[in-house]
Structures are given as C-alpha cells and as structure tokens.
Design a protein around this ligand. Sequence first.
Ligand SMILES: Nc1nc2c(ncn2[C@@H]2O[C@H](COP(=O)(O)OP(=O)(O)OP(=O)(O)O)[C@@H](O)[C@H]2O)c(=O)[nH]1
Ligand SMILES: [K+]
Ligand SMILES: [Mg+2]
Length: 363
Amino acid sequence: MGILEKISEIEKEINRTQKNKATEYHLGLLKAKLAKYRAQLLEPSKKQEKGEGFDVLKSGDARVALIGFPSVGKSTLLSTLTHTESEAASYEFTTLTCIPGVIEYKDANIQLLDLPGIIEGASQGKGRGRQVIAVARTADLVLMMLDATKQDIQRQLLEKELESVGIRLNKRKPNIYFKVKKGGGLAFNATCPLSRVDEKLVQVILHEYKIFNAEVLFREDCTPDELIDVISDNRVYLPCMYVYNKIDQISIEEVDRIARQPNSVVVSCNMKLNLDYLLEVLWQYLSLIRVYTKKPGQPPDFDDCLILRKGVTVEHVCHSIHRTLAEQFKYALVWGTSTKYSPQRVGLQHIMHDEDVIQVVKK
Ligand SMILES: Nc1nc2c(ncn2[C@@H]2O[C@H](COP(=O)(O)OP(=O)(O)OP(=O)(O)O)[C@@H](O)[C@H]2O)c(=O)[nH]1
Ligand SMILES: [K+]
Ligand SMILES: [Mg+2]
C-alpha cells in the first residue's frame, strides 16, 4: 500500500475516532504516523523533479508568493502592481511557471512571485502543486488570492494544502524546548499547567519517532500537533494575507462582510479598487522598517535608505552598512521615535524604529 493510501487510511481513522480521554493516546499516535508519512511524501524525490521555471533567485527586501486557485486574478495583480507583465486570461492554468515582479513601495523593493494556480491535491503533486508550494515555503509572506464570488471553500482547501506540507500561516513556533539526548530516558517538564498533553502522551508520540531519550520542556499549553511540529522541525511559520479579488462582481454588503474577516483585504484588480490599502497592509505584515543614515555635519541622506526587519538593533544596521563597521563602532547618534531625546547616544543593542536616522561614530 503506497504512502498516499496510508495517509488517507490514517486520516479516515482519525476522523472516525471520537476524541475523548480514552482515545487521546491512540489519536496522538495516529497524528504522529500521519506527520511521518507526509514528511516522506515531501522528501525531494530521488529524481528531484526539475523545477524548470521555478528556480527564481530571491531578490529585494522581501519575497511575497501569490498562492491561489486558477483564474482568481494572480497574474492580473502582478501586472497591476509591478512593471512586469504576466499573461492573464479566463482559461485556467494560464501561468505555468514562476514569474517575478518587483513592487516598489516606501523605498523598498518587494519581490512578488506570480505562480501557477493550485488545485486540491496540489501537495500530493497534482498539477505543478509541489513546485508552487516549494516556492511558497521560501517566501516571507503568503498572499493567498481568492475569488470573492466563490464560497470560502477555496480558502479552506488552500489552507489544508499548505498545512499538509508544514506551512503554518499566521502562527508562531510553539514554545517547547526539545532536545534529543544520548541516554537518560525522557525528561519531561512544563513551566505552566498543561491541559492538552501529559507525560504518557508525549512518550507515545516520541516513541513513534523512535526517540527514547530526550529533554522536553513545555513553556506554554501546547497541543500534540504542536509537539509533532517541533519534533518534525521542518515547519515554516509565515504571515498570510487573504486577498479577495473580483469584488466588482458582488454586492456591497458581501464586500463589507468579507472585508471584516481577520487578515483579509478586498480588491478588484480589473477596476483597481482598494489596491493602495492592499499595499499598506502588505507593508505591515512584512514588518519592514526604513532607517536613514547621516554623516557628521551633513543632513540625513533621505535618498539612500536601509530596509530592515522590525526589531533590528544598531548592530544589524552596522552590518548592513558595512561588514566591518561594527568592530570600529564607538557609539551612534539616533534621531527618531526609538529615542527619548533627538539625537541620543546609543549602543549596538539599541532597537531601531521605522524612519529613524542614525549616525555611527567610529573609535
Ligand atoms: N471581474 C473581474 N475579473 C478579473 C479581476 N481580476 C482578474 N480578472 C479576470 O480573471 C481572469 C483570470 O485572471 P488571471 O490573472 O489570469 O488569473 P490567474 O490567477 O493568474 O490564473 P492562472 O494563471 O490560470 O492561475 C482573467 O480573465 C482576468 O481578466 C477582477 O478584479 N474582476
Ligand atoms: K487564468
Ligand atoms: Mg496567472
């Protein structure tokens, strides 16, 4: 029986097993088996199917992957937001490769990748699904494009496809410390009360992975699935925006209902409705900031701005200016919202804010 059959067998068994105290261990075991088979399925196949047209180099300050069913308007969006033309047409699978474009926004270059539409079963290799999903894993943000005239079934199917290949959307890594040891059996601890797992269940799951000696520390009340994610260690945690296109085809009330959903933006590419707001939300979700540099005795250089991730320190800024600058660093003067006074003397660990100005003073 092939891996696909095993996976569907286990999924069926999970669905027909009602969840209660008695079946908790059995369900934990099944989930671990499922995760293991899925990992095998995704292992790069021996012949590593060529990703012709999919090996696009990462460039710019951030990468956004356009994921969605065929004909939702992905290529129309790319052609509208960037200088790159990607063919759009009403028939499905117009786009067959990965087509990069660049969104120039607030001094940043955001690489937007147009991709072939994916369908149910993409993660099992239907269509170009496997290559499309492999590209999504390399992105900093997933822009999931949906057809606003269709029910939400598309969204659930896409989320399931991405979830099944280890992509976790709008979630952060579970706070579990896990380390496989040479011996000493299972050291299981928690820094908070646990309501979803206990030591026995953790043991059952680890045994499924042939792990008998490990240190496990739960720092939050995580689920068995989250423990499996930590053990598998091949999950990617990505922000995701749900962009509902073709709102020119639905009622105002329906547009309003959809727009109120979390992480959702409503647009019409054809009629260029709400695209500015889309870019604003994209900027927020990418958590980028702009830092300007200044030389002693000169005004800040507002033409040459550094695009960095929210939360970066002065040390990061030094490395992005010049790799040896941090060693020669004496102190820095910073103007902006990250300091009480402007300017204020700061050290390497000072956290920068959007639109701060920095002047580095060398030893
Ligand atoms: N009514 C309406 N049609 C749109 C809108 N945006 C795109 N379309 C149409 O939808 C069809 C599909 O557009 P594409 O951009 O090719 O869609 P896609 O997602 O790239 O399709 P694939 O490459 O096949 O996956 C085209 O006929 C577009 O003109 C929109 O805002 N409103
Ligand atoms: K199309
Ligand atoms: Mg397309």
